[in-house]
Write a protein that binds this ligand. Structure first.
Ligand code: ARG
Ligand code: ZN
Length: 461
């Protein structure tokens, strides 16, 4: 009897010891990067973000941001520690599931070590409290992104890697999540962001707006615009059935009004060609020239500087809502899938509204030498991600598919591709397989010559 009890106790002790051991040695640190071909350190391994709740307070007078990020994620491995990407700013504390976590920073990597390991499959909630003057990041191609100060406020946006200047996260397009973004600014200013505005309240000299993106979003598509905006809203009407809310800086509001008024009609035209609009709201932000050097397809509400606020660019940024925002590149190498489609949308607009057949746009692009600098699916470096071949030669690839398959199959592909990968990620290989499946034939010549070929073909057709 006694020996049996002792044996049983021993077994229990051994089990406890084993359990203790496994939970302390089992977890390993998540990777510090996702090995993107162009930005190997962007993103982090070991977890998958479900939701970001960002609470931002900004004062344009001193440029200071006081913020909290609450990140809900699911562990994809047993984790002893994990990284978030964050550039600049000062982290004053972090918790994981309510318990303080150890914080370490090295460059743009923020490492959090929770008090206890996180099991694979477990959902966990991280909070990071941070503040400081967020930075403007200058890309290798010279473009400015991150947190851009404007005359009356700020503009936060960033493709490919600006969002890590204003919130900690898994900043790679492959980890999409929903967002709640709450922004507090001095009374008199207003804050706009992606998705639906849930509330806007003023108290004690400060105005707080709460924005919600209920559909998954890649972090490079997150946006905050702070300033003295004039708004324009169109309730959910028309076949697209989407509420449209736009904001324009007062200095450009009158001039941009006629084109902003065309958004419902352009969405309707896009819907007919690309399939159902993938999000529950739409609109645009129009900035004075100089605030930002390019237009960007920030989710549901693209940002356009006044000097780029023309119908072609608007059509381009709206098309990105399907191509790029709903179906998002698996890595930055697949960028041509974004820009090729958005450029082709401009060619389709010219065909439908301006009597310029896409064939004509194609031949013009074919004749333009800068479009042949490199194959669209293989930009030589990250500096080239936004170069003409990605846009124009990307669109040429789509036109070749159209020439080979005919209009019926081509339009099926146009709407079917974003439908197949709605709110997901996809690669160039996924696209090739999808097109050949719908077409029912191999299109080797299109891929070998137009997508991957180094040489310009002798003839366009
Ligand atoms: N995707 C944007 C467009 O609609 C361009 C972004 C430019 N960004 C940059 N870093 N150069 O074409
Ligand atoms: Zn684009």
């Amino acid at each position: 009897m006694e020996t049996r009890t002792r044996a049983a106790l021993g077994a229990v002790a051994a089990l406890l010891l084993l359990a203790g051991c496994t939970s302390s040695v089992r977890g390993t640190p998540g990777a510090a990067g996702l090995r993107d071909p162009y930005f190997p350190k962007l993103g982090n391994g070991g977890y998958d973000v479900r939701h970001y709740a960002l609470t931002l307070a900004y004062d344009p007078a001193d440029g200071r941001l006081d913020a909290t990020a609450e990140i809900t994620a699911r562990a994809t491995q047993d984790l002893s520690a994990f990284n978030l990407d964050l550039t600049g700013l000062t982290v004053s504390g972090a918790t994981v599931d309510g318990a303080p976590a150890a914080v370490n920073r090295a460059g743009s990597e923020l490492t959090l070590r929770p008090r206890t390991d996180i099991d694979k499959g477990q959902e966990f909630r991280t909070t990071v409290t941070y503040s400081g003057v967020p930075e403007k990041i200058t890309d290798s191609d010279g473009a400015g992104e991150g947190w851009l100060r404007t005359e009356d406020g700020a503009l936060a946006l960033g493709e490919p890697a600006g969002s890590l200047a204003w919130f900690p996260g898994n900043h790679h397009p492959s980890d999409k999540a929903t967002y709640d973004i709450t922004v507090t600014v001095p009374q008199g200013l207003r804050a706009f962001s992606n998705g639906e505005r849930r509330s806007e309240r003023t108290a004690n000299g400060r105005t707080t707006a709460v924005w919600r993106s209920a559909e998954p979003m890649a972090s490079y598509l997150a946006m905050v615009a702070i300033g003295r905006y004039e708004t324009k809203s169109v309730p959910a009407t028309g076949a697209a059935g989407i509420p449209v809310l736009s904001a324009a800086d007062p200095s450009v509001a009158a001039k941009s009004a006629p084109l902003l008024d065309r958004i419902p009609e352009l969405l309707e035209w896009s819907r007919e060609n690309f399939g159902p609009y993938p999000f529950s709201s739409a609109g645009a932000i129009v900035e004075p020239t100089g605030d930002v050097g390019y237009a960007l397809e920030t989710q549901t509400r693209p940002v356009l500087p006044q000097n780029a606020f023309d119908v072609e660019t608007l059509v381009h940024e709206l098309a990105h809502q399907w191509y790029g925002n709903s179906v998002t590149p698996a890595t930055w190498r697949d960028m041509w899938l974004n820009e090729g489609f958005a450029t082709y949308a401009e060619w389709l607009y010219a065909e439908d509204f301006e009597d310029t057949p896409a064939q004509e746009s194609f031949e013009e692009a074919f004749a333009t030498e800068v479009n042949w600098a490199f194959p669209p699916a293989e930009p030589p470096t990250e500096r080239n991600l936004f170069d003409p071949p990605v846009y124009e030669r990307g669109a040429m690839v789509l036109h070749k598919i159209r020439q080979r398959t005919g209009d019926d199959t081509f339009y099926e592909i146009l709407a079917g591709w974003p439908a197949t990968h709605r709110h997901g990620n996809a690669s160039t290989d996924d696209f090739i397989a999808y097109v050949e499946d719908v077409a029912g034939e191999d299109l080797d010549e299109v891929w070998d010559v137009w997508l991957y070929g180094d040489e310009k073909p002798e003839r366009p057709n």
